[in-house]
Design a protein around this ligand. Structure first.
Ligand code: MN
Length: 444
């Protein structure tokens, strides 16, 4: 086994490790080195906790019922079965997650007794949101996104003076979070473009996506008790992908002075598998150094170990498939390739800042990082940036052009972590198709 860049690597990361679940070996997203947590519904049955392995899902219920786990792994397995989602398991924290991971890795490894009765075919199951999300907060930590959007409105000083001091965020809407696959309906709202004298009400005309990482909260903190940086790191239960759908024509009219509201609360798509910090241990990397003129983070946001390996090395992509492309048999077109190294704050800094005023974070809460654009146009994480607010349409393989999203467009976010000497893991898709606005808008 190669030396691990970070602490926390063990036998479960061994690149030689293979599974008796044949389709897991060489699987793009879910080889035996990943083992993400999720909530699935087998056809005609109740939702239950599971672990993705290749094109299959291991039932944690079946694992516990068969008496195949003990100790902390058994505690974790039982917690996963409490309640309608994985909140109780997430609340346990790293030692229990690690014990469950080690036990499942041993059980699924090549050479272990084969137990196909523990598995479901993923294609026969529905994937649900993995947790009941009490609160969802969206940050703005992608510095190139902040610069690009800032330049559209303030060419001379794109970043506001607070940006490099304080992680910017807003409280989002948890009730409209949906798992990958659920269609997103074009919202209605007050739209007013700069050249229009008064707003009108109707379907959004500038519908956009945002490429973001989701951060799932585990143990959290008590009200009034902030989290130090080390504890903030330990409060993260895992990661996913998040598409913060945004109606730009609603947003530009409503956002001042209190920030985003109905332009974003109509729908947020989340990838259903929680990629654990344990699975990502080989793919940690140093936080990008700040330039000499940037301020150092204030002490409550600064930790040596977080700066050394608190960032993630995850490559990100956005694929677009239009109705016309679908009908012509064309493949989805990659319109963005970015990377998590474009985040100005680490996930632990976002968590520590969120709790710094004593706000209690709870198991199953979800944070979005903010749109993760790279410095180059090929890595812009929203159409607002790719098309310069619609001024420079994007050319598609079908001959179509896009300023913003049309009905029938399908947006897929993808993420992949790789490092020499380790088996790559993926996050699974975060995908949704845009459906037409309500034909006749009738207030109820
Ligand atoms: Mn966002």
């Amino acid at each position: 086994m190669p030396p691990c860049f970070n602490d926390g690597c063990d036998e479960t990361h061994n690149p030689q490790l293979r599974s008796w679940v044949e389709d897991a070996n060489g699987h793009a997203d879910f080889p035996i080195q990943n083992l993400p947590l999720g909530l699935f519904r087998p056809r005609g049955a109740e939702p239950q906790p599971g672990i993705a392995i290749g094109d299959h899902i291991l039932s944690i219920h079946a694992l516990v019922d068969a008496g195949l786990v003990e100790g902390d792994a058994l505690v974790a397995g039982r917690a996963a079965g409490q309640g309608p989602a994985l909140n109780s398991l997430l609340a346990l924290g790293a030692p229990h997650r690690r014990a469950l991971r080690a036990a499942v890795s041993r059980l699924l490894a090549e050479g272990a007794p084969q137990r196909p009765e523990l598995l479901h075919k993923a294609a026969d199951c529905e994937l649900l949101l993995p947790a009941h999300v009490g609160d969802y907060t969206d940050f703005y930590a992608g510095i190139h996104h902040a610069l690009n959007v800032g330049r559209l409105f303030r060419p001379d000083h794109p970043l506001l003076p607070n940006y490099k001091w304080v992680p910017i965020g807003y409280h989002g809407r948890s009730s409209s979070l949906r798992p990958s696959g659920a269609p997103v309906r074009r919202p209605h709202g007050q739209r007013k473009l700069p050249d229009e004298p008064v707003p009108t009400f109707g379907p959004a005309r500038h519908l956009d996506f945002e490429l973001e990482l989701g951060v799932w909260i585990g143990p959290g903190n008590q009200l009034g008790q902030p989290l130090a940086m080390d504890a903030a790191e330990g409060s993260i239960a895992g990661y996913g992908l998040l598409n913060d759908w945004s109606a730009r024509d609603l947003q530009s009219w409503e956002y001042q002075p209190l920030g985003p509201f109905l332009a974003k609360s109509f729908h947020t798509t989340v990838s259903p598998w929680i990629i654990t910090p344990e699975a990502l241990a080989p793919f940690r990397q140093p936080q990008q150094p700040r330039s000499a003129e940037d301020p150092q983070p204030l002490p409550y946001l600064l930790s040596e170990s977080d700066q050394r390996n608190g960032a993630l090395g995850v490559a990100l992509e956005v694929l677009l498939l239009t109705d016309a492309m679908r009908q012509s048999g064309l493949a989805p077109q990659r319109i963005t390739a970015s990377h998590t190294e474009n985040l100005y704050w680490t996930p632990a800094q976002l968590v520590a800042h969120h709790a710094s005023n004593g706000c209690n974070l709870c198991a199953g809460d979800l944070l979005g990082t903010g749109t993760i654009s790279s410095a180059e146009p090929a890595g812009y994480g929203s159409l607002l940036e790719i098309t310069a607010a619609g001024r420079e349409p994007l050319a598609l393989s079908s001959g179509e052009r896009r300023r913003f999203l049309e009905d029938g467009d399908e947006v897929t976010l993808c993420a992949r972590a790789s490092r020499d000497g380790f088996v790559s893991i993926g996050f699974g898709p975060c995908r949704a198709v845009v459906t037409p606005a309500c034909r006749e808008w009738e207030p109820l």
